[in-house]
Design a protein around this ligand. Structure first.
Ligand SMILES: C[S@@+](CC[C@H](N)C(=O)[O-])C[C@H]1O[C@@H](n2cnc3c(N)ncnc32)[C@H](O)[C@@H]1O
Length: 201
């Protein structure tokens, strides 16, 4: 077992570095690979609690740009800058969606949202797929042309169809599994870049 695979390596690192969750290292790897966060980006973080992605994004923005975040749970972290809006609620809720779209456009939509797991892999994968579909809806409604999105998905067969959908509205879309994901975990991330712009109705 490598150092990175030890069960508590990333959790201990997060604690030491002041992040509320180990998942921050997944976003760091994704951003290192795809270069998504610019110093003045406007970003939406879906499924943001306890807040390690949001905290790191705010640190990267250092007071410029803007971050909106949503979660069913309260966000645990203290935002270090004021360019931040947190909406507590369900991403499927129309009033939550309206509040978030009111502060669009965004250059980047992030989602680490995951359903509460039931232990039934098929049920959990379907719920995760539903969340990703909803996140793509948010991205298509709120991104500026050229924008990007990242969404966590529980692997199980839906990825190919979701990537096919993403390639209709983005120039590129692919899967990416950061090393900071637990080796036994069946989660991965879909990353789409080069948003082609909103479909004309
Ligand atoms: C793995 S955690 C996110 C961790 C976060 N990226 C961080 O770094 O702290 C997944 C989150 O998705 C949220 N979530 C799941 N379903 C949701 C929904 N329907 N609406 C809003 N948030 C949701 C959960 O409440 C949970 O906090």
């Amino acid at each position: 077992m490598s150092t990175y695979e030890k069960p508590d390596f990333w959790a201990q690192k997060a604690k030491k570095e002041g992040y509320p969750a180990r998942s921050v290292y997944k976003l760091m790897e994704i951003d290192k690979k795809f270069g998504l966060i610019k110093s003045d980006s406007r970003i939406l973080d879906i499924g943001a609690a306890p807040g390690s992605w949001s905290l790191w994004v705010l640190q990267r923005l250092a007071g410029k740009g803007f971050l909106a975040a949503v979660d069913l749970q309260d966000i645990g972290m203290q935002p270090p800058y004021e360019n931040f809006l947190f909406v507590r609620g369900d991403l499927y809720d129309d009033s939550v969606r309206s509040r978030l779209l009111a502060v669009s456009p965004f250059g980047l939509v992030l989602s680490d949202a995951a359903p509460a797991t039931t232990g039934n892999r098929f049920v959990d994968q379907s719920a995760s797929e539903g969340i990703v579909e909803a996140v793509i809806d948010y991205a298509e409604a709120s991104l500026s042309p050229g924008g990007a999105m990242v969404a966590k998905i529980f692997q199980g067969g839906a990825e190919a169809g979701l990537l096919k959908r993403l390639r209709k509205s983005f120039a590129q879309a692919r899967g990416f599994k950061p090393e900071a994901c637990r080796s036994e975990s069946f989660e991965t991330y879909l990353v789409a870049t080069g948003f082609k712009g909103r479909a004309k109705s």
